[in-house]
Design a protein around this ligand. Structure first.
Ligand code: PAP
Length: 325
């Protein structure tokens, strides 16, 4: 049996008496994810049940301010990096001393929580989701369609980070193996590819998630900035400056850009004490957010058939929208 504890963020929490919400959850289409846990299809996407409940609460209660910033992504596309960069940009305190650097005090997922995963926080978060007295910097993995109306209709800004599907899948495979199959062999890659391609995946289908935000960013470029992990890797100064300008906090000079990029570099974050141990999310070690961070690592894992399976989907799902990776 997979080593899933009931308190894992990737595992459903047992409930004693089903209430109406849980009964209606049970009416949703259900599938087995990685032969380990049940996920449910809600609003066209697949989630573990606790995340659906959290998303419903968020959608019904959140009041966005015009100066809020919402980061968005599907899983393993560069969220940790984007959270770190945005924290530095929004704080605009890059000249602070090393010991005052917010990234040295806690893992980025503590400072910029993923809204629907806040239920799994191991620490008392400083972010008060439903308090509108100050602006928020938040993140979500939720698809665009289920965001609260106030997020869509206010002037709050959204930055979405996307990554090429093959590296996303390989990153997800490593991450999920480390969380869900700690003392077991890795889940068969062929099966993981099938889950990914069929869309029956955490926050899947991947392609639809990306396309929704892409289309919205095309319609409303002032509202949604769509960035690609690969662009950030190959031309970091240009793209981090674009994020800063979009957020209304342009860098003053090149030194500042270099400083932010250095502070948020994978090598540096990986080696900070706060990220080398502990966990800010139940059963998710902070170390699991930092691996290789390379473009093209999929070549070390995918067979030509798997590659073609994913390329074929990209051609059908992305290219008609002018989206290429
Ligand atoms: P999440 O969805 O669980 O939040 P996310 O941060 O989106 O994870 O993705 C993790 C990937 O980003 C890892 O990629 P890899 O598995 O291919 O190595 C991780 O290494 C990479 N990553 C994390 N921090 C950074 C960073 N500062 N710069 C570049 N890549 C990073």
């Amino acid at each position: 049996m997979p080593n899933l504890t009931p308190s894992s963020p990737l595992a459903p929490t047992p409930t004693q008496t089903p209430n109406n919400e849980e009964k209606s959850l049970n009416e949703l289409p259900k599938a087995r994810f990685w032969e380990a846990m049940d996920i449910f299809q809600w609003e066209g996407f697949w989630f573990e049940p606790n995340l659906i409940k959290a998303a419903i609460t968020f959608r019904s209660n959140f009041q966005a301010r015009d100066d809020d910033v919402l980061l968005a992504s599907t899983m393993k596309t560069g969220t940790t990096w984007l959270k770190s960069l945005s924290l530095c940009i929004m704080q605009n305190k890059t000249h602070q001393k090393y010991e005052d650097d917010i990234l040295t005090t806690q893992n980025p997922h503590f400072h910029v929580p993923t809204i629907e995963s806040m239920i799994y926080s191991t620490k008392a978060l400083q972010v008060k989701l439903y308090d509108t007295s100050t602006p928020h910097l938040l993140h979500t993995h939720l698809p665009y369609a289920v965001l609260p109306d106030s997020v869509k209709n206010s002037n709050c800004k959204i930055v979405y980070i996307a990554r090429n599907p093959k590296d996303t899948l390989i990153s997800m495979w490593h991450f999920s193996n480390s969380i869900m199959r700690k003392n077991q062999d890795p889940f068969a890659l062929e099966k993981a590819v099938d889950c990914f391609c069929s869309g029956v995946d955490q926050y899947g289908p991947f392609f639809e998630h990306v396309v929704e935000y892409w289309q919205e960013s095309q319609k409303r470029p002032q509202k949604i900035l769509f960035i690609k992990y690969e662009e950030l890797k190959t031309d970091p100064k240009v793209h981090v400056s674009k994020i800063a300008e979009f957020l209304g906090r342009p860098f003053e000079d090149e030194k500042e850009v270099d400083e932010v990029l250095w502070r948020c570099s994978l090598e540096r974050l990986k080696n900070l004490d706060v990220n080398k141990s502990g966990s800010v999310l139940l059963n998710v070690p902070n170390t699991s957010f930092f691996r290789k961070g390379e473009v093209g690592d999929w070549k070390n894992y995918l067979t030509p058939d798997m590659e073609e399976q994913i390329n074929q989907l990209s051609r059908v799902k992305f290219e008609p929208f002018g989206l290429f990776f």
